[in-house]
Design a protein around this ligand. Sequence first.
Ligand code: F6P
Length: 386
Amino acid sequence: MCFGFSLFRLVRVGDGAYNTKGNQYVTKRIGVLTGGGDCPGLNAVIRAVVKSASVKYACEVIGIEDGFDGLVLPNKTRVLTLQDIRGILSIGGTILGTTNRSNPFEYKVTINGNSEVRDVSHEVIKNIQSLGLDALIVIGGDGSLNIAYELFKMGCPIVGVPKTIDNDILATDVTFGFNTAVQTATEALDRLHTTAESHHRVMVVEVMGRYVGWIALKTGVGGGADVILIPEIPFDMEKVCKKIDDRKSSGSRSSIVVVSEGAKPIGGDVSILHTAETGGSAERLGGIGNKVGANIKCSGMEVRVTVLGHLQRGGSPCAFDRILSTQFGVAAVDLTARKRFGEMVCLRGQKIEAVSLGDVAKGQKKVPTEEGLVKAAEAIGISFGR
Ligand code: F6P
């Protein structure tokens, strides 16, 4: 379904604010939170939520700070006015703060100096009620959206908005933040090309993306890489070296290898910096860039490794992400007005649509390895180490 509508039918009864255009009762107070890792475009969604709630529905928005923490701990909510969101469209990060360590179903608490993990989901629900929220918009990645789905199943009036630089969320063609991250990483590749060429070096660049290779694939193609290693295609180091050797033999003075942080060799494991903790952080990936770099001994060329890290998450969103974030924010408010709880806004082709959070929770969106951009990349000689 498309959200091109201007009229909406509401079944809400009670003391909702009056919509002067439609003469219908509307949702009165919406909460909004940003959960999980930040990404460019979060502020643009918050801005669109506050603007459309105010302009279209005369509805108040309550900002909840630091993800689900704001619904567990006291004094972490505030009214968001039009004044509060002025000038934030182009600013990275999130004015509400976020955390990827606040799962209410596995919440870390310290009691008498001892750390315990508890299910505080019922307190979250009580707090949503005591704040008088008619709806809660959760802007998050797969972790936060899964939490949102569980809370929805317990009766919370929740709507989801997908965000992540990784682009791994099912049921949406793309998430905001992704294109900005690809642009940042592509610009980094442009810079590495010139120094690589000057010194006749192999440059290995590790990019983020968790267990999917979207950032590596698009950055590699956009930035003219010679080798791209992604989690979906376990690689053979000999093939990687052969590609670099072949390039050297044919007169190339340098090579660029883009490695996704979740890439792994055939028969090998993903490189982990930090294992997951119950009630704490998720598994942190990293280190594969250095491992690949250490194994490029074939060409006799010097190798240098760059880990782009959180540079990919920071900074101003590109125009595409600002626009998508704005559309998502507006569509999320429309969903709350229509009481379409348990759904997430998404992009399908050129249209903003909605899908069930249950469908989103089914897995991750992986890079297809036998079609599309992977095949196009192979057609121009890029190696995936297979
Ligand atoms: O999910 C976004 C992401 O940036 C991943 O690409 C990366 O693996 C992870 O978050 C890093 O998380 P943190 O900010 O906790 O180091």
